[in-house]
Design a protein around this ligand. Structure first.
Ligand code: GAL
Length: 818
């Protein structure tokens, strides 16, 4: 009896503790309901493999400080299962640890399992081994694919359940996604698409995760899947079911960068405008894609021309630094929205259209403090809107937020947050010599150049992902043939990209790189065929595989099908395409893990070559002092891969040059933002700086940098630097407070510019106005110099009277951190 009683007590306690910690997540047509309460959720994407576990807590903390409620991530199938049924959840692939860090910070998590993810990720996240499965057709009503998709999705769900990470179990996960943007491309799959989507929905539902599933860009998403929106703006989106809340899974905070294109930037004002319009139109869950973009370490980028940096112009930059003004401007927006959360999710919606794109939206209800938006969707005309007897100035393309429908606390185009300009500072490691000293060794190619048997052979020219299994960027295609006499011929190779290096009888006869997005090209070189045995060796290199579009997995890479011709006198063509080709996957140096700096490896210190292709370089260096983010400058190098202490930093390619498209003036205030984002860096190298996470470095002992140089380069200018805030500026209306911060350990050393009156211009190019206060600069210098941060109110009491009559007064400041 006593035993039974205590069992009951234990059971009750267990149930109580479960109830205390468990969170219910459901929804109605208005919002997500967390523990029965409608909520607005502001979320941001941080992809765990694009940073390091050591960076995660700080990134999540900054996201929380920025006013986020949730962190969203995809799950990256090919990273977790590179070989069928061999899994990797270590290091920066430790999904469970990442979710637990989110939980520790008190935030919710949104897990987009996919397992197709797109994401500018190699092959959209699909493992190459899927291609080996007979009858495989991806992302359609195909049994082999559905089996594999279900196996992986179940594995992830089971893992999350086992660790109690779902909200009903007391975990942080409130939503999960199946598939990704299938609706955008499903017409490419005919009638089978519908069956596939039905199957995805049923399969996901059967996993019984206890939180809602979402499908993005899926207008025909079957219930109970919630179809959600992706894009630069989603205020016009409506879910396909009256019971689905309006959810925005990807608000693109910037854009990704290609090697041959300039850097995309989306102004903070535009991101804020899009968010405010979304909440103004009954949106309740919004996710920034990306909140932290990070780095494509190793061979993870796809697309296929995506840089190693995945900075994305996100609110946290590639290195995890706060990007101002974007981070602060959005933080202020989140705070304004949160004040009126109750009104937004429980109030009655009432919207009135005025002329020229102006709209007043009120959320009101009994017992609820009301909340209002005044939006101006006119892209060129500013508006002064009279509302309840007061005038509100609402610039073009902006939204004002009035939490009690009385006072404007925020306008998306009025930025009160400082702008921070990051600069690189030379490494300050103790006794660091000015120049690094280098040793080198050649990539061992003797056998591949002279008839090696390789890993296997075939009577056809294989698609590179089939031939290499995506184990390396490199695949050798080797052919040996006899010729009766010496002869000058032309070697012609048609390839689908992305890089081709051709050799005949051991001599390098030429290289070619895909350019201007033309991944398929034909290489030609004159060659001297000799009497007897000849060896053609073609080294094909990829820069990641396609990740988007209907049947993108079939987009070929490498010398897929060729043809490869030898062209002789009179244009006579000898087709080698169906001859016997021997294949070798990867470099010899990769097989031997040269990048691990094995003590037995031989390195030469004499005559360190420059502009020599297929060369390994090595140097040692000391970790820069301090905690600031470390970058390595690879200017002078050609194309290749970099490792620090065995950690793969990613592909480098500083010799790519960004084209000249899109760098015209981009000024939100003057309505000159082209296509939602601006670009900088036209005509400049694709990427010179490469992130070296602090956790890759050892303090107080030598660190090793190893480069594989594929194209030919010079390592002599390579150096390590740290990223710091160089200049800070701000421009606020009279009455507002401007806060300037060096965002780290440095202090404001000088105030270069200050004007309280009618200053004009942008950060870096402010100009004094005609009626400025004479004492403002002095006052600000006193308040700020020597401090890590300072706040100054734009008022005459603090800064002296301006002489401005009948015009708006503002405060502009520019200061230096050092
Ligand atoms: C979306 C996709 C994301 C990412 C984004 C562009 O279409 O869902 O994964 O690729 O585009 O950055």
């Amino acid at each position: 009896m006593a035993m039974a009683k205590s069992l009951v007590v234990v059971l009750v306690l267990f149930l109580l503790s479960f109830l205390a910690y468990s969170t219910t997540v459901s929804h109605d047509g208005r919002a997500l309901l967390i523990n029965g309460q409608r909520r607005i959720i502001i979320s941001g994407s941080i992809h765990y493999p694009r940073s390091t576990p050591e960076m995660w807590p700080e990134l999540i903390k900054k996201a929380k400080e920025g006013g986020l409620d949730a962190i969203e991530t995809y799950v990256f199938w090919n990273a977790h299962e590179p070989v069928k049924r061999q899994y990797n959840f270590e290091g920066n692939l430790d999904l469970v640890r990442f979710i637990k860090e989110i939980q520790n910070a008190g935030l919710y998590a949104i897990v987009r399992i996919g397992p197709y993810v797109c994401a500018e990720w190699d092959y959209g996240g699909f493992p190459a081994w899927l291609r080996q499965i007979p009858g495989m057709e991806m992302r359609t009503d195909n049994k082999p694919f559905k089996d594999e998709m279900q196996t992986f999705t179940t594995l992830i769900v089971d893992m999350l359940k086992k660790e109690n990470l779902l909200a009903p179990q007391g975990g942080p996960i409130i939503l999960s996604q199946i598939e990704n943007e299938y609706g955008n491309i499903q017409s490419g799959y005919g009638a089978a698409a519908k069956n596939y989507i039905e199957w995805c929905a049923n399969m996901a539902q059967s996993l019984d995760i206890g939180v809602p599933w979402i499908m993005c860009q899926q207008a025909d998403a079957p219930q109970p899947m919630i179809n959600t929106c992706n894009g630069f703006y989603c205020h016009d989106f409506q879910p396909n079911n009256a019971n689905s809340p309006k959810i925005w899974t990807e608000n693109w905070t910037g854009w990704f960068k290609d090697w041959d294109k300039p850097d995309p930037h989306r102004p903070a004002e535009d991101v804020a405008y899009a968010v405010a319009r979304f909440f103004e139109t009954n949106g309740t869950v919004q996710n920034y894609y990306m909140y932290h973009g990070g780095t494509n370490f190793g061979r993870t980028s796809g697309g296929p021309y995506i840089t190693t940096s995945y900075d994305y112009d996100a609110p946290l930059d590639e290195y995890g630094n706060i990007r101002q003004p974007k981070w602060g401007h959005l933080k202020a927006l989140h705070a304004a929205l949160k004040i009126m959360e109750k009104a937004l999710v429980y109030g009655n919606y009432n919207s009135t259209q005025l002329e020229n794109g102006v709209q007043i939206t009120e959320f009101t209800g009994k017992g609820i403090t009301p909340g209002c938006f005044i939006s101006n969707s006119n892209t060129t005309l500013d508006a002064t809107v009279k509302y309840h007897g007061q005038n509100y100035f609402v610039p073009a393309s902006s939204v004002s937020i009035l939490p009690e429908c009385k006072e404007e606390v925020y306008n998306t185009a009025k930025v009160n947050t400082q702008t921070s300009i990051m600069v690189k500072k030379r490494s300050q490691a103790e006794d660091e010599p000015e120049e690094l000293s280098w040793s080198w060794r050649p990539e061992e190619m003797t056998s591949t150049l002279k008839g090696a048997l390789g890993n296997f052979s075939d009577h056809k020219l294989l698609d590179q992902i089939i031939g290499s299994g995506d184990k390396s960027d490199y695949l050798w295609y080797m052919n040996t043939f006899d010729h009766p006499y010496d002869m000058d011929m032309t070697l012609q190779v048609a390839t689908q990209g992305h890089v081709l290096h051709a050799f005949l009888n051991g001599d390098h006869v030429g290289s070619q790189y895909a350019a201007d997005g033309n991944f398929s090209f034909t290489f030609e070189a004159g060659v001297k065929i000799k009497k007897g045995k000849n060896y053609i060796s073609l080294l094909s290199g990829t820069i990641g595989h396609a990740n988007y579009g209907a049947r993108f997995e079939l987009v070929p890479t490498g010398i897929a099908g060729g043809p490869v011709f030898l062209i002789g006198d009179g244009g006579m063509k000898h087709d080698l395409s169906s001859e016997l080709w021997a294949y070798k996957v990867g470099l010899n140096g990769e097989d031997n893990e040269i990048y691990m700096d094995n003590p037995n490896d031989k390195w030469y210190t004499d005559s360190v070559p420059s502009m020599r292709p297929f060369t390994w370089y090595k140097t040692t260096f000391k970790a820069p002092l301090g905690t600031e983010a470390v970058v390595v400058n690879l200017e002078g190098m050609g194309k290749g891969v970099a490792w620090v202490n065995g950690n793969n930093l990613g592909r480098y390619w500083p010799t790519t040059i960004a084209n000249n498209q899109g760098c015209e003036l981009c000024d939100y205030d003057n309505h000159t933002v082209p296509d939602d984002h601006c670009r900088t860096g036209c005509g400049e190298p694709g990427q010179i700086w490469y992130h070296v996470p602090r956790s890759f470095l050892k303090e107080g002992e030598p660190n090793t940098l190893i480069l594989f140089e594929e194209a030919g380069g010079e390592p002599f200018n390579v150096n390590f630097q740290t990223m710091v805030v160089g200049t800070v500026c701000g421009h606020v209306e009279e009455g507002k407070t401007l806060t300037l911060s060096c965002q780290g350990t440095r202090t404001i050393s000088n105030v270069e510019f200050a004007s309280f009156g009618n200053p004009v211009g942008m950060c870096g190019a402010f100009q004094k106005g005609t009626c400025d206060s004479q004492i403002a600069l002095d006052a600000i210098q006193k308040a700020c110099v020597g401090k890590m941060a300072c706040s100054i109110k734009g008022s005459a009491r603090v800064l002296g009277d301006s002489e401005c009559k009948n015009m708006p007064v503002s405060l502009a400041v520019q200061a230096v951190c050092s």
